[in-house]
Write a protein that binds this ligand. Sequence first.
Ligand code: IZC
Ligand code: ZN
Length: 428
Amino acid sequence: MENKAIDLLVHHIGVLVTMRGKDEPRTGRDMDDVGVVEHGAVAIRDGKIFAVGQEEEVRAQIAGMAVKQELDVQGRLVTPGLIDPHTHLVHGGSREHELSLKLKGVPYLEILAQGGGILSTVRATRTASEEALYEKAKKSLDQMLLYGATTVEVKSGYGLRLEDELKQLRVAKRLDETHPVDVVSTFMGAHAVPEEYKGRSAEYVDLVIHEMLPEVKRQGLAEFCDVFCEHGVFSVEESRRILSAAKANGFGLKIHADEIEPMGGAQLAGELGCISAEHLLAATDEGLEAMRDAGVIAVCLPATSFNLRLTSHARARAMIDMGVPVALSTDYNPGSSPTESLQLVMTLGCLNLGMTPEEVLTAMTINAAHAIGRADTVGSLEVGKQADLVIYDAHNLAYLPYHFGVNHVDTVVKNGKVVVAGGRLTAD
Ligand code: IZC
Ligand code: ZN
């Protein structure tokens, strides 16, 4: 009898957003179709979704099976666990001292050129112990979970020398093993040219290609490779070299592209077949077309453009209308986006990118899952997928971006287990 039981039945769901449907990343009008079921229920067994849909149907499907635990949602909203496909979670220190510079109008890239910005976080990360990095990142990952994220991508890129890049990636791996949130790792040795290579970026690119990439691969510490393709950081040509080498080493490819200047990063993403391209504020129509034609997902980061005090934002509306799949992310990092809250990103996605609440949710569930190669297991509530879901203190989807700056999450179920209840972590 034991193996015939349902472990958890989540029921009396007012609005159940399933995101069920297609296998490919959602584009165009499909981004608005979130598969809402009213009066829904989700039956969970062995950490996976056993049945999902209208409560009556679900109960019929599990008739005769024992139900070990029931969760009455009292008519509230349930969505798939949120997915944050772009973060710089593991780092030392913080950069609140840059706030006054920012208020004086000093641009982000200028702070970096003066040896601050990313490079100040590199100093703090190199001097931090692996344990200290773990504890700090764990605290932020707890916050992400409390705000509804159940799967998070994490980049290295504050070591900028082999040993410290490996240190960051080991922390990400340990978090994946010990924390309820699933962590997907990306190697980003090409995040900046370190101070000791100033003026010798070609040599640093060689180091990334010949020393770092093969060792990260050998140790199995990252699935993806990312490059900061930007003026004064890595050129399109350098980015092409690094990503081509990464591809040859078997990494999936990502690129920080056209954030500030239209350099052609989006075209490069299309040319190389990147899984995603990030930022894209300055991407041209040709760049976006190249991405669309190659199936590259646009990961837009509206908390970053907000925090950089930019007056223009990624053209998510145009991207959606032209058929580029859009995902959203916090870009959590100590410089341009010090926030763990995907709910804040929901609001900015609507108000600054002009996306509908439905498009926003698609962008941080199924499309985000595609952007990190996890759409077969997470991103929608469908039979056989991981039982990752969020119960909000809200009764409809639009309420989440509308009522902003606070946390609406009441309960999070991860792999079938209640890991957040009443807005608090259930275990340390
Ligand atoms: O630490 O500033 N944009 N990389 C590219 C970042 C922001 C992170 C940082
Ligand atoms: Zn980033």
